[in-house]
Design a binder for this molecule. Structure first.
Ligand code: PEP
Length: 245
């Protein structure tokens, strides 16, 4: 039985005061799921300090594929590792769309994160036009294949996968639990072809307008192991309600 995992993606939101209130709220109450928050880089040290000693862990929203060097504005996995970062989102659709991250770059970032002990949360998902063209499995299959080609089975065993249909992110439209389950089962099947044990242990999260009122149904599906939560992770009561769904 895989433990549920609920990760908040704060995106480019927050302030020292707002984060402190949010983190205090999240820490204060127990959740059935393991909880994590992925904050903007300047606030990671604040998360580290305020979450110290709590059950909630923290992560970054991106990580460089490069180890070090002349890459202005990039943040290295080694730097995140020094602070005790647990997770890094990799290949979020906003990075793929606005920063032209290719499948190969996403795989390279995942590898670099793993090298420094950070667990990559690798995001895959199709656009609305791809879904309507019946291309969902082709697209998410291609995105996952790049990772399968780059990682060993041992490395794959430290990956979290997140299925995030692009049309459901921040739109208020959620995939039905059946739509999401079908894609999760497909993704797990592809991982199983590589390594059955890894596939059974791998957390595959769903992301895309998850809210307290739809989380219970989504999380009741056999291949949905929790959620990657954007908007609803900015309110402690909503995030905790999802963590208890
Ligand atoms: C996300 O940013 O990964 C996300 C799923 O956002 P939202 O929950 O707001 O759709």
């Amino acid at each position: 039985m895989r433990q549920k995992l609920v990760i908040g993606n704060w995106k480019m939101h927050g302030s020292l005061a707002a984060n402190a209130a949010l983190l205090e709220g999240i820490k204060a109450a127990p959740a059935r799921a393991r909880l994590a928050v992925c904050a903007p880089f300047p606030y990671l040290a604040q998360c580290q300090a305020l979450l110290n000693g709590s059950q909630v862990v923290w992560g970054a929203q991106d990580v460089s594929a490069e180890a070090r060097g002349a890459f202005t504005g990039e943040v290295a996995a080694s730097m995140l590792g020094e602070f005790g970062c647990t997770y890094a989102l990799v290949g979020h659709s906003e990075r793929r769309t606005y920063h032209a991250e290719t499948d190969a770059v996403v795989a390279a970032k995942a590898l670099r994160a793993l090298e420094f002990g950070i667990l990559p949360v690798i995001c895959v998902g199709e656009t609305l036009s791809e879904r309507e063209a019946g291309q969902t499995e082709v697209v998410v299959g291609r995105q996952l294949q790049a990772v399968l080609d780059a990682l060993s089975a041992e490395q794959l065993g430290r990956v979290v996968l997140a299925y995030e249909p692009v049309w459901a992110i921040g739109t208020g439209k959620t995939a039905t639990s059946e739509q999401a389950q079908a894609v999760h089962a497909f993704l797990r099947g592809k991982v199983r072809e590589r390594d059955a044990g890894v596939a059974e242990r791998m957390a595959i999260l769903y992301g895309g307008s998850v809210k307290p009122d739809n989380a219970v149904e989504l999380f009741s599906m056999s291949d949905i192991d929790g959620g990657l939560i954007g908007g609803a992770s900015l309110k402690s009561e909503d995030f905790l309600a999802i963590g208890n769904a």
